[in-house]
Design a protein around this ligand. Structure first.
Ligand SMILES: NC(=O)c1ccc[n+]([C@@H]2O[C@H](COP(=O)([O-])OP(=O)(O)OC[C@H]3O[C@@H](n4cnc5c(N)ncnc54)[C@H](O)[C@@H]3O)[C@@H](O)[C@H]2O)c1
Length: 268
């Protein structure tokens, strides 16, 4: 498939696990891509390894000037902006609400919500000016944008915010032919922090999560990239304002269906 031939794509957090998988997917499908990341060295290294159809831009998504400059550079260098994967984010500190330091709350909201807003706003402005429509995919989370995580106040608030913001932006952008959607991945293997070729602890950790997911597998960055590419492509031309789960059925497990003893005896 070459759904992104002649398309100009910007990916924030493009040097990270999920971002770089999306960059590769867009590239395979014919796009020219701006890899935007606060880790400039990693972004440059990735762009160098991927070749001529990528550029690297060092930018912090929490900084309005940085974000504007990144979008302007993308439009000038690639010749426009058709697709944005608004992905940069962090997990933050795990602590009960009553113990969470305010500075940790501020940090996560600043990156995961203000950052998403700034990139969304600058991208919409560029797309509206370009007059050719576009598609933006914001990064949410299944465990934190749909469900809640005990001890994850800042992360959950930020990802719930992304889902709400996405729905508002979908309405505001629709008159310009711009679609705005969110993706909500579940546990992605790279989150476990140990290389896939790692030791027994890593394997048992993967197994631990996989056993608790209805599809009995743990998500890969490429699984996320495939959904991002679909939502960003013209195949999803009638899809806007959704929060799209990519979690192997993880969030279907309410109390009644809990893997460790739900309301009814297991039938398998
Ligand atoms: N990995 C998972 O299991 C999972 C699940 C659901 C959602 N997510 C979300 O996916 C996104 C990407 O996560 P990942 O797992 O690829 O993490 P990652 O740490 O591998 O990648 C994140 C990238 O974002 C960049 N970044 C962080 N803060 C930035 C800032 N202020 N400005 C610019 N760049 C910044 C980092 O340098 C890094 O390259 C995050 O928003 C995360 O919340 C991840």
């Amino acid at each position: 498939m070459k759904r992104f031939e002649h398309k100009k794509v910007l990916v924030t957090g493009g040097a990270g696990a999920i971002g770089s998988a999306a960059v590769r997917r867009f590239l395979d499908e014919g796009a020219r891509i701006a890899i935007v990341d606060r880790n400039g060295a990693a972004a440059r290294e990735l762009a160098r390894s991927l070749g001529d159809n990528t550029i690297a831009i060092e930018a912090d998504v929490t900084d309005e000037q940085n974000v504007r400059a990144a979008v302007e550079t993308t439009v000038e260098t690639l010749g426009g902006l058709d697709v944005v994967f608004n992905n940069a984010g962090i997990s933050g500190v795990v602590a009960p609400v009553h113990e969470l330091p305010v500075e940790d709350w501020d940090t996560i909201i600043r990156i995961n919500l203000r950052g998403i807003f700034l990139v969304l706003q600058a991208s919409l402005r560029a797309m509206i000016e370009g007059g050719a429509g576009g598609s933006i995919v914001n990064m949410g989370s299944s465990m934190a944008g749909w469900d809640v995580l005990s001890g994850g106040a800042g992360y959950v608030a930020s990802k719930h915010g992304v889902v709400g913001l996405t729905r508002v932006a979908a309405l505001d952008a629709a008159p310009y032919g711009i679609r705005v959607n969110a993706i909500c991945p579940g546990v992605i293997e790279t989150m476990l922090g140990v290389p896939a070729s790692g030791d027994g602890d890593f394997k048992s950790s993967v197994q631990h999560f996989a056993d608790r997911i209805p599809l009995r597998r743990i998500g890969q960055p490429e699984d996320v990239a495939a959904s991002v590419a679909f939502l960003a492509s013209d195949e999803a031309r009638h899809v806007t304002g959704v929060d799209w789960l990519i979690d192997g059925g993880q969030t279907l497990q309410s109390w009644a269906n809990a893997p460790t003893g739900g309301a009814f005896p297991k039938y398998r």
